[in-house]
Each structure stands twice: as C-alpha cells, then as structure tokens.
Design a protein around this ligand. Structure first.
Ligand code: KMH
Ligand code: ZN
Length: 275
C-alpha cells in the first residue's frame, strides 16, 4: 500500500563552502530557523552536519550535543546526525557522533569514490556503527551510494541482526560522481534489490545536482520517500541558485501532494521509522 511521503531535509552537508553558497545554513541560529520553517512546510526528519565558527565542517562533540538539544527544544523533527561527516574525518570522530544521542544517525554501507575524493567506509567500521546504534537505541538510516551497498546491508543484517526498533530504512544517494547514477532506471534496479532485505523495508532517495528532479519524481512514483536540501542540491533550475532549503522542501511537498502522497507528520514519521 502506498503511504504518504516522508520528507527529510538535509540543509547543510559538508561539501559546499559558505563563501560560495551564502544561503547555506551554517550557524546554530541559521540551522534552527531553517529547521522550524522546513517543519512547517512538511519536513519530518532533519539530516544534520554541523560547522565551526569559520563555517568549516566539524564533528565537535559539544557542538553536536548543543545542536541535538536545540533541535529537540525548538522542533518536533526527527533528529538524524550524519556519521559520514566530511571525507577527511577519522573513524573515531565519526563513531563518537553517536555519543550525542540523536534519534537517528546515518550509516553508509560501503566505500565510494566521491568526486576526486574517496568516502571510506570499511566493513569493520560499518559493523561498529550498526552495533553501537543497536546498543544505544539509535535508529540508523542506511546510506546507499552504489548497488553493492545493498548487498553489504543484507550481509550486515544477516550477521548482526535488525536495527533498534526493528524497521529498516535506506536512503539512496544517487548521482555522486563515482557512485550509482541518478536515473529512474537505476532507482528501479535498486528498489528491486530491496526484495533481499526484510519485509517492510522503506526507502527514500535523493539525487545530487542535476539528478535531483529525475530521482525525486521516480521515487514518488515508485512508493519511495524523499530527501531534499542544500547538502545535495545548490541549483534550483539551470542558472538559478537555490535560495533556501525551504524552497527545496516546498517543491518536494508540492510534488508529493500532486502524487496524492502528502507529507507524513513528524508523529507518522516516528511510527514509520520505528522510533
Ligand atoms: N559528506 C559525505 C562525505 C552522511 O552524511 O552520512 C558523507 C555524507 C553521508 O554526507
Ligand atoms: Zn550527509
């Protein structure tokens, strides 16, 4: 049965520079006002990367804790911290993200070329993330950058069991240079592979850059959910920079409503995700 649409906003990421993308929310105040406005529009989950005073990506524990607390105080959004960080972040710091006790954290299911860089995710590190989240009652979102990452997820769940809450939710991050392409055909192929995962597994999808709209439309039409935001997309249309995360969330909500799959509330999102 097709449900409403879970909309996740990923407002900041670790890749864009504030100097080049002035609308990027990088301070706690900017993040909070973005979060509140995106929630009012229909987002239910926020995928968070934090920045330091110079707007550089950081995994500083104090900042992560302060951000989780402030989002909880000011919104009902499901708070998902990135354990991916930036490609330069050491494993120990990425694992320590879980100490900030978010509702959810990302868990990338394998290594992928990431433009000119490598986003390294060793098997042993994935196991540590998964099992530590089980112990701490944090719900993972399994990030899938390539089709083989789904096979790794099947292996992970087979060996180490279901995540906290028992529900499996994956996010297809498509169109990264070095990962799977952001096309409808690839999304359908990825979706077919979900058959090898536990019944009821849900997926959201996001397309980087110019693959944003094809992936969004393909996900909606195949029963998937949506992730949007300036982590993934800084161009709204050809030659038109994104003005704000709200602009991207509003567009996603509009498409979801047209598809007769309106946004899930934050309470419905918690139920879906097993929180
Ligand atoms: N910044 C990328 C290297 C995640 O948040 O878990 C990794 C990333 C995935 O954004
Ligand atoms: Zn991220």
């Amino acid at each position: 049965m097709t449900t409403g649409t879970l909309i996740t906003v990923a407002p900041t990421g670790a890749e864009s520079a504030k100097a080049e993308v002035p609308a990027l929310p990088v301070t706690l105040d900017e993040l909070l006002s973005t979060a509140k406005e995106c929630e009012a529009l229909g987002a239910a989950v926020i995928h968070v990367h934090v920045r330091d005073d110079e707007a550089r990506p950081t995994l500083d524990q104090g900042r992560l804790r302060e951000t989780v607390a402030a989002l909880r105080e000011n919104t009902n959004l499901v708070v998902q911290l990135s354990s991916g960080g930036a490609v330069t972040d050491p494993e120990a710091d990425r694992l320590a993200v879980l100490d900030a006790r978010p509702d959810m954290a990302s868990c990338t299911m394998g290594t992928v070329n990431f433009g000119d860089d490598v986003f390294l995710n060793r098997w042993g590190f994935i196991v540590d993330l998964h099992t530590r989240m089980q112990e701490r009652g944090i719900v993972p979102e399994y990030e899938i950058f390539d089709l083989g990452h789904l096979t790794a997820l099947q292996r992970l769940l087979g060996k180490y069991g279901l995540p906290h809450g028992g529900h499996v939710h994956v996010d297809f991050v498509m169109g990264v240079p070095g990962g799977m392409p952001g096309t409808a055909a690839t999304l359908v192929a990825a979706q077919q592979m979900l058959r090898d995962l536990p019944d009821g597994t849900t997926f959201s999808a996001t397309g980087i850059g110019r693959s944003t709209l094809p992936v969004l439309l393909a996900s909606l039409s195949t029963g998937g959910h949506l992730r949007v935001g300036m982590e993934d997309t800084v161009t709204y249309a050809k030659g038109q920079p994104v003005e704000s995360n709200m602009q991207l969330v509003a567009r996603a909500v509009g498409f979801a409503q047209l598809a007769q799959r309106p946004p899930l509330t934050t309470a419905e999102a918690r139920q879906l995700l097993g929180l």
